[in-house]
Design a protein around this ligand. Structure first.
Ligand code: CUA
Length: 178
C-alpha cells in the first residue's frame, strides 16, 4: 500500500497515447539496430583486432620465451645483439615486453599464421605495431594471444604506447616479414 495510491487503481491498463507508443517503437527498433551492429562490426568493421588472454606469471612466460629463442635463433641484430628468431610456421611464438625493450626480434613468413603470445615481465606496456593499426595492452601476469597472418613483406616496428617510465620512448622492437 503506497502513501498516495493512484486514483485509478488499474492505471497500467489505460490505452497508450499514440505519440508515446511511436517513441517506444522507435527506441526498440534503434536498440535492435545497435544490438545487431555489435556482432556485425566485430566481423566486418576494420577495427582493432580481438585477442585472447590467459593467466601466467612473469617467470613462466620468460621461460617459454627463452626456450623458443634458444631453439630458433637464426642470427643476432643491433649493437645489443638481440636474437632474431624464426619460429616454425603455425607455432606458438613468444614476445616479451619489459623495461625497456621488446624481445626477441621475430622473423615470420608472409601469408603464414602464427600464434603470438605477448606478456610483460614488469609493468604495463603497450604493443603497437607500426605502420599497421594494431594495438594491444600488455600486462604482467597475463599473456595476450593473437593469431597473426602477415600479408605484407617488410620490417615492422613495435613501439610501446603505454607510458612505462624514463625509457618508454626507447622501448622498441621489430617483426620482420619475409
Ligand atoms: Cu613500455 Cu612504455
Amino acid at each position: 500500500m503506497s502513501i498516495t495510491p493512484p486514483s485509478q487503481r488499474i492505471w497500467w491498463k489505460e490505452p497508450i497515447h499514440k505519440i508515446e507508443a511511436t517513441w517506444i517503437i522507435i527506441a526498440l527498433a534503434w536498440c535492435l539496430v545497435l544490438f545487431l551492429w555489435m556482432p556485425y562490426w566485430h566481423v566486418y568493421g576494420k577495427q582493432n583486432l580481438s585477442n585472447e588472454s590467459y593467466k601466467t606469471t612473469p617467470a613462466a612466460f620468460e621461460a617459454k620465451a627463452k626456450a623458443m629463442v634458444d631453439k630458433y635463433t637464426v642470427r643476432k641484430e643491433t649493437k645489443e645483439d638481440i636474437p632474431v628468431v624464426a619460429p616454425p610456421v603455425g607455432s606458438d611464438v613468444y614476445l616479451v615486453g619489459r623495461l625497456w625493450s621488446w624481445w626477441p626480434i621475430l622473423e615470420l613468413e608472409k601469408d603464414k599464421s602464427y600464434r603470438i603470445h605477448i606478456s610483460s615481465l614488469d609493468y604495463q606496456h603497450g604493443f603497437s605495431l607500426q605502420p599497421t593499426n594494431m594495438n594491444l595492452q600488455i600486462l604482467p601476469g597475463y599473456e595476450t594471444v593473437i593469431t597473426l597472418t602477415p600479408n605484407q613483406k617488410g620490417d615492422f616496428g613495435i613501439v610501446c604506447n603505454e607510458y612505462c617510465g624514463i625509457g618508454h620512448h626507447n622501448m622498441l622492437g621489430k617483426i620482420i616479414v619475409k
